[in-house]
Design a protein around this ligand. Structure first.
Ligand SMILES: Nc1nc2c(ncn2[C@@H]2O[C@H](COP(=O)(O)OP(=O)(O)OP(=O)(O)O)[C@@H](O)[C@H]2O)c(=O)[nH]1
Ligand SMILES: [Mg+2]
Length: 331
């Protein structure tokens, strides 16, 4: 516990090596990582957390690079997390991001970190949220989280961000992606990047059309659809302005939106936590026994599941609360 306190203090002072170590602890989903988040959660309230998500190769990293420039010009410090669930297998994409964002290497106002997760249940979004908390607590005024893809993980990561930018590219069938309900829900801003390419206008229209068919939640506005050419910086200043405007908590519907995200995040954590604890409490022996009984047609699958849940709940109750959950937050 004292080791965690010490590390938390060093993170609060903004020490890069402490921050790197702390992020590794949450990346590996350790108990120390969780304790750090407990220590530092309150300290990170002032940062703007920006999520940048979109299909592979859409130009996310190039855009992030442009956003770093904008933030630095405005005198704000930046922390970037490039989340790459595949890099533990390929090891390639992460290096690419390092090279590209290397332009900021000598700038102490920019901290860039690639993150891979070990693929536990809900691991990606949970580790990304935790790392964003650490960066914010370390005094980074702007925190940018880049995630590849437009799947459930990205929807989950988006709940961590104050503002989520969904990047699409002309000529790739991204219209279809954009229209998916999950993406509509998470996007605060749509960006059609590679606007120098054929079909950018058509994509903008398709997204706007799709948006007009979905009623925005009461009191909220439709997200703007912007165009950028990340490689030469066209439109990046307008994107930065849109991000700042979207982050203002007093904009229409802003508070309900944040509340909804926090609620989704909490529900997901509750589900993941209950599931993990039950699986541990039930154990492999009970599971094997029940499978054998199902094979012998002694018990049907529903009854087997009910019985295991009962066993798990009983054991969880008699074991009491695990030490990691018992610690109190705050001083
Ligand atoms: N023509 C054109 N090319 C671009 C633009 N933005 C990025 N690119 C190029 O697209 C390629 C992919 O850019 P990245 O920024 O790495 O894209 P990404 O979305 O971060 O890629 P992943 O992280 O691998 O999913 C690079 O070769 C960029 O130079 C643009 O606006 N126009
Ligand atoms: Mg990238």
């Amino acid at each position: 516990v004292t080791a965690v306190r010490g590390l938390a203090d060093r993170v609060r002072r903004g020490e890069p090596r402490a921050l790197a170590r702390a992020i590794t602890l949450v990346e590996n989903e350790t108990a120390e990582g969780r304790a750090l988040v407990g220590e530092l959660y309150a300290a990170g309230a002032a940062a703007i957390v920006i999520g940048v998500t979109g299909p592979p190769g859409a130009g996310k990293s190039t855009l992030v690079d442009g956003l770093i420039v904008q933030a630095r010009r405005a005198g704000r410090s930046v922390g970037v997390l490039a989340i790459d669930p595949s890099s533990i297998f390929t090891g390639g994409a992460v290096l690419g991001d390092r090279i590209r964002m290397g332009a900021h290497a000598g700038d102490p106002g920019v901290f860039i970190r690639s993150m891979a997760t070990r693929g536990q249940l809900g691991g990606l979004s949970s580790a990304a949220s935790d790392a964003a908390v650490l960066l914010a607590a370390a005094g980074r005024e702007v925190v940018i989280v880049e995630t590849v893809g437009v799947g459930q993980d990205e929807v989950d990561v988006a709940d961590t961000a104050d503002v989520t930018v969904v990047v699409l590219v002309p000529g790739t069938g991204d219209e279809v992606q954009a229209i998916k309900a999950g993406i509509m829900e998470i996007a605060d801003i749509f960006v059609v990047n590679k606007a120098d390419r054929e079909g950018a206008d058509r994509l903008v229209q398709a997204v706007e059309m799709a948006l007009s068919l979905h009623a925005a939640p009461a009191g909220e506005e439709h997200p703007p659809v912007l165009r950028t050419v990340a490689t030469d910086g066209t439109g990046v200043d307008a994107l930065w302005a849109a991000i700042l405007s979207s982050a203002q908590s007093d904009r229409p519907g802003g508070e309900t939106r944040q509340r909804r995200r926090q609620e989704r995040r909490l529900r997901r954590l509750v589900t993941d936590t209950v599931r993990r604890r039950l699986e541990v409490a039930i154990g492999k022996t009970e599971l094997d026994t029940m499978v054998a009984r199902m094979l012998a047609r002694e018990i049907d699958p529903h009854a087997a599941a009910d019985a295991l849940v009962e066993i798990g709940l009983r054991r969880t109750a008699s074991l009491g609360v695990a030490p990691a959950e018992r610690r109190t937050h705050g001083e």
